[in-house]
Design a binder for this molecule. Structure first.
Ligand code: MAN
Length: 169
């Protein structure tokens, strides 16, 4: 170590400490930024009345059909994977609820999946039914690279508390 004058040593020590503090604060800012983005994403998503459908966020459901494992990830990306293969083919990302005005939450549409050879980008339509458990019960491909999943979930069952009560006379 060369012999620097004490003021130089002091200044360089201060600079080191300032950098350490900066890195510490910077890391906190990045953490907070990520949390803000996550909260904004959540606020901008449609999880239905009482956010009930948020229970399926970050969950995925599998079903094997012939040589494929199909995976349904409700607000994420669906995939088709050759049994035993690594990775998979994207069958689309969640786009929107597509049950129409009367039954919006009975269907989901996924689009912009992996391009089909001589065909469209892969897409999935999900038909959602009432069932005792969350389960992907059927997978078909009605048209080339257009997939149809049937998903059962207790979330699609009518809440007895919310059923229309008819006046009794
Ligand atoms: C793969 C799969 C099939 C699809 C064909 C189209 O084999 O994704 O589901 O029909 O590609 O070429």
């Amino acid at each position: 170590m060369p012999d620097y004058p004490p003021e130089v040593n002091e200044a360089s020590e201060k600079a080191r400490e300032a950098r350490r503090l900066f890195d510490e604060v910077n890391e906190k800012v990045q953490d907070l930024d990520a949390k803000i983005r996550e909260a904004e994403d959540f606020a901008n998503s449609d999880y239905g009345e009482d956010y009930a459908w948020a229970a399926l966020k970050d969950k995925c459901f599998d079903r094997n059909v012939q040589q494929y494992t199909y995976q349904f990830c409700p607000f994420g990306q669906n995939t088709q994977k050759d049994v035993g293969a690594y990775g998979g083919t994207s069958l689309g990302n969640f786009k929107n609820w597509s049950g129409g005005e009367t039954n919006k939450y009975s269907k989901m549409h996924f689009g912009d999946g992996q391009q089909c050879w001589n065909g469209p980008k892969r897409s999935t339509d999900i038909s959602i039914e009432c069932g005792e458990e969350n389960e992907l019960v059927e997978v078909t491909e009605p048209a080339k690279c257009e997939y149809l999943f049937t998903f059962r979930t207790p979330l699609a069952c009518t809440d007895p508390d919310k059923e229309v009560v008819h006046d009794e006379f």
